[in-house]
Design a protein around this ligand. Structure first.
Ligand SMILES: [Zn+2]
Ligand SMILES: [Zn+2]
Length: 242
């Protein structure tokens, strides 16, 4: 018996949310998968926020009106509420690393958006939002890289750790957008390898992260990817929208 089979035998795979035993190699049961609060049309064409009510397709939410962004637009698969929030919490803070595939499969649903799926020539390059090494050591892994890696494999795209986080910033929950942006200025740089190989030059980049909240992290990463990396454009793809 292989080690993986032994581990399955000792720790039978079960649903990450309701604990129902599973045998199909998945870590979410079908009802829990269906119960995740998907973001469906209408949503803001800039930040991907779900918009209530009946509105035209090309709509900007009230927060995005009058703002300029370095990235083209952001899309998230689900809202960071209820079971989706619980799942991400178990993954990030409960160190349930095996949940990364379920989160990547959820993020992949964004390929329903023609603005994402139509980009083929040249194809997207996936770039994960980096963690500061201190935080990564504490968490053991970078959730965005794990998700980007699986997505890249499934969509047959390249994944490059083109950014590094050079400065650790404190929790930003109490700051507004302008303060967050000022606080993040200079927190990200191109990786040393990317500086050398310049492989993002004139390429479309999908910036991958776990959660999009105010978009200030995405904004700062996109700015570095375009200004320093020469990316043609940056689109933000996250599993959840906070
Ligand atoms: Zn379940
Ligand atoms: Zn918006």
């Amino acid at each position: 018996m292989s080690l993986a089979r032994w581990l399955d035998f000792l720790y039978p795979p079960s649903c990450g949310l309701c604990r129902t035993p599973l045998r199909d190699g998945r870590y979410l049961c079908p009802p829990c998968r269906d119960g995740l609060p998907r973001i469906e049309k209408p949503y803001c064409i800039q930040c991907g926020e779900q918009i209530e009510g009946i509105v035209a397709d090309d709509v900007l939410c009230s927060q995005c009106r009058g703002l300029e962004f370095a990235f083209d637009f952001a899309r998230a698969a689900a809202s960071a509420q209820g079971p989706a929030r619980e799942l991400m919490h178990a993954y990030k803070y409960g160190r349930q690393v095996h949940l990364h595939r379920e989160l990547a499969l959820l993020a992949e649903e964004v390929w329903d958006d023609p603005r994402v799926s139509a980009q083929c020539d040249p194809p997207w390059i996936l770039v994960p939002v980096p963690l500061h090494w201190r935080r990564q050591r504490w968490r053991w892994f970078n959730q965005s890289h794990e998700i980007a890696r699986i997505l890249a494999k499934r969509r047959k795209l390249r994944c490059e750790q083109a950014l590094r986080r050079v400065r650790h910033t404190d929790q930003q929950t109490l700051l507004n957008r302008t303060e967050r942006l000022a606080n993040l200025r200079g927190a990200f740089r191109l990786s040393r390898r990317q500086r050398r190989v310049q492989s993002l030059r004139n390429k479309p980049v999908l910036l991958v992260d776990d959660v999009f909240t105010t978009g200030s992290t995405a904004e700062e990463c996109a700015r570095v990817l375009i200004e320093e990396g020469g990316a043609e454009k940056v689109v933000v793809l996250t599993v959840l929208r906070g």
